[in-house]
Write a protein that binds this ligand. Structure first.
Ligand code: NI
Length: 182
């Protein structure tokens, strides 16, 4: 395992679509996922996409802490998803604060679908299909965007809400932390 260097916004690897993985059970993919997990934990962050570590393959990892789930629902454990796909299950969108390990120290308010279904392959080759809402849905949309060369500022409608986390926290109404990096 190794901690990998994280690409920052402006690096072309983040602006281009990544390619599908042919065989999710390939040891090289498992090695990549292990390194991504170590890199994400070191950062620390709660999600990471392979192009962020300079590997243009359709692989994402994420987890959702219990504090980000609705009351009474348990956390979403660490998930590695290969060739993920997202379908919005309603047109409803909600604005929420996001950060990204490729834009260290910054955050902004981003509209995302509130209710999605995502699918993809697990490292053992099994297919995963999950319905997600709220923050869970948000993080999956954020990570999958990375695979299409999209960073969260490109989704923002109000650039006036984009800034340095430290400054935003000073003026935040404490409605939510702005320090979860994806
Ligand atoms: Ni990100």
């Amino acid at each position: 395992m190794a901690i990998l260097k994280i690409a920052r916004m402006g690096h072309p690897i983040l602006a281009n679509p990544s390619v599908s993985v042919e065989d999710p059970t390939n040891p090289e993919i498992h090695h990549l996922i292990s390194d991504m997990i170590e890199t994400m934990r070191d950062a620390p962050g709660i999600g990471l996409a392979a192009p962020q570590v300079h590997i243009p393959k359709r692989v994402v990892i994420f987890y959702v802490p219990a504090s980000r789930m609705p009351d009474g629902e348990k956390e979403i454990g660490l998930t590695a998803l290969i060739n993920p796909e997202i379908v919005a299950l309603s047109d409803e969108m909600v604005i929420g604060t996001e950060g990204c390990l490729s834009l260290p120290g910054m955050a902004g308010k981003v509209p995302r679908y509130t209710h999605i279904q995502y699918s993809g392959l697990l490292p053992n080759g099994d297919k995963l299909v999950v319905e997600a809402e709220g923050y869970h849905a948000r993080i999956v949309q954020h990570e999958c965007d990375h695979l299409n060369g999209i960073l969260y500022p490109m989704r923002m409608e109000e650039l006036s809400t984009f800034g340095y986390t430290e400054e935003l926290q000073k003026s935040a109404d404490q409605n939510g932390a702005v320090n979860n990096d994806e």
